[in-house]
Design a protein around this ligand. Structure first.
Ligand code: ACM
Length: 634
């Protein structure tokens, strides 16, 4: 009897824990390693004290960060000092807490106030990010919000990241983001405990970094004619047409960004993408191409063609010539300045998507192959990459590149960024090379995240739920070679920050959780609930995000007599899909989807929208029959 009573108690307590896990815990992203809620709330006084350790500028920076946020949104004043008692105590462990590592923290909220402890200042900063997420969403406001009870729930959190590389890549080459926009990007990434900002600084559409010894790189390479509309369909720049779009970062700008990032515990990883993707460089120095001619910075006109079978070819030679010694002389100058500017130990040299067709036609490349006994174009590429890795090593840095650097033999000591799925990362880890996982199949946040009929066009589909399943360590891989993971925001199709934010969030939250939180803590249904809480925070902060997770997923089939049938499901539970075939956008009184729909004779479109409890959730979507027919082979 006593035993069954004990079993019942255990069952009840485990139910309560599960309920806490999924329902009543504060909606933190990424979900912490351990979080124990308490009973009660700490109410912020109008005048606060924040205690910091003496003589630690990094923790003082965090204290000021907290104070500024409280002042802006809540009008609360905070006095920061090394003081014995305070409402918020930020302290560094005298004796290292081994469980927390360099970036972990403990956050305790109780009747005495808030204590954040860590081994190092980075942990204090991440504790502060969790504290913001415990506060009412209005803390994200850029102006004071009256009438809010500024309080945080009692809680004990012990938290540390799964990976040391928690990255976001921003493509500043295709679309130039200003220095201030990059700072804003950093501010947004640290909310979710990202710590690596990979800047894709050069590409066919722009060279964005001042190299003092090679001024033409930015004079010519940083500017092109402005185009708007659909990428790939743009007309090439006309002769004489002004180059009125672009920009670059001076070396002073970069130093300012590095300081801004490092205060926020973010490391900037510079990428100079070579030997392909180099049209802006070749436009400045055409003699570096194997194919004689004059070159222009691309405006986004199509010159790389993907026929759809995984191969591609170029109609313009956008490569550096691996057989030209001048190429290595110029690269030496570039990497000398890059290495002096960026403190991080790695420099990214790109290496992706090099179309070899023009090299195949080059006498100089043929002579190089003979001289160096190179058997094929992979080996030519590998010859180039290995020479670049030596240049980078000569500057005291290590090289990282996209997974193509594995082709033809990877350079010793280099790290690999696996983007063509996980294959390259698996191969590199087996060869004992450090790996950053960025598989396009999970973390390419430039891809559309809902039905393409309802999204800005890109290349293929990547839904939030798929991104949420990202695990940087594929089965069977030695995790000690996996530095971490990264989401990549390519900007071919982006013209504005609003659009960039729409592509990045909430998928950026899904990746943040995949690189910070233990796999055992991840839970899709729970993530959705927490993401919704963060939508509210972003609404208040004025940051854009996508609600595409609410839009239906279509399965289009042809049934008898060539009738089109559409089956609809949703990623998110608890939604009603209302639909119409009558050209009117359905409201919550229109029929609710319950089984696959057959296009009635005469109907030319299906219109759908999801609702939750009678309120619109997804966007109104128009699905023309003509478009749906293209999805099935009739
Ligand atoms: C890449 O997406 N080409 C690295």
């Amino acid at each position: 009897m006593l035993r069954s009573f004990y079993c019942l108690l255990l069952l009840l307590s485990s139910l309560a824990n599960n309920a806490q896990d999924t329902v009543s815990l504060p909606p933190l992203i990424p979900v912490p390693v351990k979080m124990q809620p308490g009973a009660g709330n700490y109410i912020f006084p109008q005048q606060m004290k924040i205690s910091i350790p003496a003589n630690n500028n990094s923790v003082a920076f965090v204290a000021n960060h907290i104070a500024a946020k409280l002042k802006t949104a809540a009008g609360i004043s905070a006095e920061i000092a090394s003081q014995p008692s305070a409402d918020i105590v930020l302290s560094l462990n005298k004796k290292e807490d081994k469980t927390l590592g360099k970036e972990g923290y403990q956050l305790v909220v109780n009747q005495n106030g808030i204590q954040i402890k860590a081994n190092a200042a980075a942990g204090i900063f991440y504790g502060a990010q969790s504290l913001y997420q415990l506060l009412p969403a209005e803390i994200e406001s850029r102006e004071m919000v009256p009438g809010i009870k500024w309080s945080v729930p009692f809680v004990t959190i012990s938290d540390q990241p799964r990976f040391g590389w928690r990255g976001l890549m921003l493509d500043v080459a295709r679309h130039f983001f200003t220095k201030q926009q990059v700072k804003d990007f950093i501010d947004n990434m640290v909310r979710y405990k990202y710590n690596m900002l990979h800047l894709h600084l050069t590409d066919d559409q722009g060279w964005r970094l001042e190299i003092k010894s090679l001024p033409r790189l930015t004079e010519v390479g940083a500017f092109r004619a402005e185009r708007t509309g659909r990428w790939g369909e743009f007309k090439p720049q006309e002769p004489g047409e002004p180059s009125n779009y672009g920009g670059f970062y001076t070396q002073d700008d970069i130093r300012e960004l590095i300081t801004y990032a490092s205060e926020r515990f973010v490391t900037i990883v510079p990428e100079i993408d070579i030997p392909g993707h180099s049209l802006a460089l070749v436009a400045a120095y055409p003699e570096l191409s194997c194919t004689p001619g004059t070159y222009q910075v691309s405006v986004g006109n199509r010159f790389m063609i993907w026929p759809g079978n995984g191969t591609f070819y170029g109609t313009i030679d956008n490569n550096l010539c691996p057989a030209n010694e001048q190429v290595y002389t110029i690269l030496d100058k570039i990497f000398t300045e890059v290495a002096a500017l960026f403190p991080y130990e790695y420099i990214h040299m790109g290496g992706d998507e090099t179309y070899k067709g023009f090299w195949e036609k080059s006498d100089a490349v043929a002579a190089l192959m003979k001289k160096e006994k190179l058997q094929n174009m992979h080996e030519v590429q590998s010859y180039f990459v290995k020479r670049v890795s030596k240049i980078i090593a000569s500057k005291g840095k290590k090289m990282i590149g996209w997974d193509e650097i594995l082709e033809g033999g990877v350079a010793p000591g280099s790290a690999v960024m696996s983007w063509r799925g996980e294959k390259g990362g698996i191969e590199a880890a087996a060869l004992k090379h450090p790996v950053v996982m960025t598989p396009s199949t999970y973390v390419y946040v430039d891809l559309y995240q809902g039905d393409p009929l309802a999204e800005p066009p890109t290349y293929s589909m990547l839904r939030l739920s798929k991104t949420y399943n990202f695990n940087p360590v594929p089965p069977g891989v030695d995790s000690s070679y996996i530095l971490g993971g990264q989401a990549n925001l390519w900007s071919e199709r982006l013209h504005t920050v609003r659009h960039a934010e729409y592509m990045l969030w909430p998928r950026g939250w899904a990746v943040a959780e995949s690189v910070w939180s233990p796999v055992s803590k991840k839970n899709w249904a729970d993530f959705i609930v927490r993401a919704e809480a963060h939508f509210k925070r972003y609404d208040i902060a004025g940051i854009n995000y996508s609600r595409s997770m609410y839009d239906p997923i279509l399965d289009v089939q042809k049934v008898k007599d060539s009738t089109i049938q559409v089956a609809l499901t949703t990623e998110v539970p608890g939604l009603d899909i209302h639909y119409s075939f009558d050209e009117f956008y359905p409201d919550q009184y229109y029929p609710v989807y319950s089984q696959p729909l057959l296009f009635p004779p005469g109907a030319s479109s299906l219109k759908v929208q999801t609702y939750r409890k009678g309120k619109p959730a997804g966007k109104p979507i128009n699905l023309p029959l003509s478009e749906l027919k293209k999805r099935v082979k009739l």
